[in-house]
Design a protein around this ligand. Sequence first.
Ligand SMILES: *Cc1c(COP(=O)(O)O)cnc(C)c1O
Length: 429
Amino acid sequence: MTSLTDAATEADALARDAADPLAAFRDEFLIPPHGDGQQVYLCGNSLGLQPRATRQALLDELDDWSRLAVEAHFRGKHPWMPYHAEVREHLAEVVGAQLLEVVAMNSLSVNLHLMMASFYRPTRERCGILIEKNPFPSDRHAVDSQIRFHGFDPASALIEVESDEAGGTISASAIERAIDAHGARTALVLLPGVQYRTGQVFDLKAITRLAHAKGCMVGFDLAHSVGNVPVDLHDSGCDFAVWCSYKYLNSGPGAVAGCFVHERHARANLPRFAGWWGHDQATRFAMGPEFSPTPGADGWQLSNPPILALAPLRVSLEIFHRAGMSALRKKSIALTGYLESLISEHLADVIDIATPREPARRGCQLSLRVKGGREAGRALFAHLETHGIIGDWREPDTIRIAPTPLYNRHIDCLHLVRGVRDWLAPQPA
Ligand SMILES: *Cc1c(COP(=O)(O)O)cnc(C)c1O
């Protein structure tokens, strides 16, 4: 066993970073300072870092507003009128969708409600929503309130799939059994692409196939998938998906979120909560009273888009376009695998990894559970924070760590593992 403090261990991490074809992307981000240096930022699962180009993109919009005012809708550097369409191509790329299937709008929970207004159409015989047990609370609130809104009772209509694996993950067969058992009374299957607490990846295509076979609609929450793992939304066949853009997509706090509606619904004129920006573009400014939706995901837009909030998304998606999801995934598998091997070799006595061990069943995040329990976990988390090593804490006992391939390095992983060792056995000064 090599020692964590060995020069050779550090040289190995640095050599891996030197061989990384995506290494230059780190320089496109602002890494928060810590003391005289920089943080070891491993929290892109919660809030991605700011691209350097974002500031200028915002200033450009402020300039256009001051110079051109209303005319910036057509004559701006990035004209405001078709602005949401400027992000469409790269957005479609990052989620594996056709152009008319995606739109950037609102925030995640809002989009989830808008999608359920169209795709959760409960009847007395089929009023269920099938979700995971212990989903992200906002998703749970949204589902619960939709069921009540339609006059049904969550006690019977909310169907929860329980975790059946160590660490809190859910096997494919548990999902299959649940859909088998409850599919006939389920109107909507709503699952995450990547589970926020465990980092587990779900098989969107397999779930969609099972759920459609039972006559259910299928939606996915991709908050922890987008920009983390390659997603093929069109090919998955799901009916809709929603996500936020401030996590792996690095588009800033509360950034404009995304929404996917499968092509098969593009012209279906589904019931929806409508607004003028979803109206057919050709006749939108005729300002007539009748609503005629724009085909595709655009038809779910309510309001004209917030340009100042969209600018960071445009910048960030352009970075993903240049890096490429498949190259990012390749690095991600190596980087997270490296972190996992360091933990297994040096910290197995103190830390359990709750995230699946198979690279195909996880993204970049590893969920670490401290064997000493909650108090020890809190103390470790505080120790890391004091030393500028940033992950995040999830009750009751989990530290989430996400080495993101756009701006994290192997040496960051080594710093984290050394930080944990140091907490266990402080080195003499
Ligand atoms: C981050 C996250 C949210 C947050 O919702 P907002 O509407 O963006 O505040 C919701 N659901 C999941 C699964 C998340 O990971």
